[in-house]
Design a protein around this ligand. Sequence first.
Ligand code: NCD
Length: 366
Amino acid sequence: MRHLLSITDLTVEELDELLSSATDIEQNPEAYAHRMEGKKLATLFFEPSTRTRLSFEAAMWELGGQVLGFAGASSSSASKGESVKDTVRTVSCYADIIAMRHPLEGAPWAAVQSTTVPVINAGDGGHYHPTQTLADLMTLKKEKGRLDHLKIGLCGDLKFGRTVHSLIEALIRYPGNEFVLISPQELRVPAGIINALKEAQAPYREAVSLEEEIGGLDALYMTRIQQERFFSVEEYLRLKDSYILDEEKMRLAPKDMIVMHPLPRVNEIDVKVDADPRACYFKQVMYGKIMRKALILKLMAETELPAKPGPVKITTGRHCKNPRCISSTEQGLEPLFYPVHQIMVQGVPTRIPTRYYCAYCEMEQV
Ligand code: NCD
């Protein structure tokens, strides 16, 4: 059985295959209109969503399948204290494939311990959002013509913005991409993603000023400050207006730079920018639905294949230190860790066995 929990679950060849399959779906939607007849997709959204849930549902309907699910933890038995594993085990009896979103990091990794159908991570806390990355890759491919040799500026909440983490993990696997990480000091990209950039030897730079960086970019990826992930209201209020992309800043940008945003937008892109032909965020929404159609077809076709081998996980007798990790609340979920992480030292992979990463949220244990 094949799941999509992290964008690295797909090889570069598979990403390219999904992109070409999406282009065919876009051009010949009627050829795919009955492919999922008799199949059901469950959308288990323990956290708010407009685009992701509805685009999964629209994708399944357009493939001839049907959908069931819930759109909030309060309308599910999670509100009665049910574990993610029990919910997913139950829904496996009703549906052929599951797309789930959860506020805790690593929740889909708990889900796959009890599912009997493919699981798609539709966002787990501030960790990952691989299907938004599929939408982002199709946007770059269609609007810039390539996924390599791009200078990408990612701007806003790079700490909690899960779409940023998955997008970086995808784009470092294509040659020649360069990253400008624009954020306030407090919202910089987490250490795990910086490690991934280093391991891939991808050029990156951390910056604070959008005005200073915008002139050299091929694509600018704006993000919302993730209010719901802050522990302190004061901190959110202080940082919420850190970046506002307006017509004045757009005048500093190259003529062929595209503006992306996973949406929802709050105020980080002035609505006047929507009329600029470089604004691509509503196109991203359409590409997202098409890529989800391609993904559902792929995972449903591969349900008979054995799972790909992953890194060895061990118990350490300790618990994960991340309070936002699923293992901090889920009953009966054994704390598991990757004992070794490879980092590159002067181009040579080096094993540092004293480091441990949680197998659910991937946070390094210090
Ligand atoms: C994003 C998400 O949920 O992470 N939205 C989306 O799925 N398109 C971005 C966000 O909420 O800011």
